[in-house]
Design a protein around this ligand. Sequence first.
Ligand SMILES: [Zn+2]
Length: 324
Amino acid sequence: MMKKISLTALSTFCLIALVSFIRPTETKAPLQRGLKTIIVDAGHGGYKKGTSGKYSDEKDVCLDIALKLGKKLEEAFPDVKILYTRTKDVHVDNRWRADFANKSGGDLFISIHANAMPPIKHTKYLGTRKETYYVKKGGKRIKKTRTVPRYSVYYTPNTTRYGTETFIWAADRTDEKEEFVVEQVGDSTEFVPDINDPEFKAKALLWTKKHFDKSLLLATLVEEEFASAGRLSTGVKQRTWEGIWVLQATGMPSILVETGFLTNPEEEDYLNSEKGQEEVSGNIFSAVKRYKETIEQKLNTGTSARIKPAATSRPTTVAVARKK
Ligand SMILES: [Zn+2]
């Protein structure tokens, strides 16, 4: 009995401790809010052209699609703040993008990009040539000649690959994401977390995990929308190299959408056309709409169940093939 009382007392104490621990972050903690602020990020810009097709640069295609996406979001969700990392052809540092998203209290970060395949290298045998070289023999330099093959190297565009893919941060880098999730919580409240507190660490890990689930949900929905529009979706992937910063350093769910290959002539035309840009931004918009409904439903019903994409859930881990 005595033991039971002290246990109850102890758990009550723990509960109070936990509640008082949570309270300061309650209103603004990433888990507790719906979708209030969306950051729309057009990749590259200014002198950073990104990839290129025959006649267009990634930075311009990204900007057009990002602005169209933003407009659709503004019209559909007047209560949601839509912020842009750039609205013009200017260079924006990747660190600034993440910083801006964090300081603006973003709940979602959507980065728009376009893909490219590196050109194919060809080596053509042109015959032989004579080459002079020297050897040392008994303190003397002796001139010699030998016959070596001659090649010419040239490149042709790799036009075959096409399709879409959406990246989320690599789960094995959760530690790095967690750092920014913690900062984001710290920035958004007067509550100063002690990052060495094991309880806080556990919470930070949980938030990071939730962000991962949400990122995966949105990424999956985006690829589903692309597929249903007749595009070739190559799925959700984890990014471990280029573009990692905006995914890793944003303390919120974040995705990076590769909208197609500029090196593929049909996709370059599509991504530069009014129809194509309307469709691509429309697909991403529909995915955000479904995402918003899903997470708000979870908030309203208080379900803490893991968020799963509505349709077929894709594998979370896909090895990322190096693009360039
Ligand atoms: Zn890019």
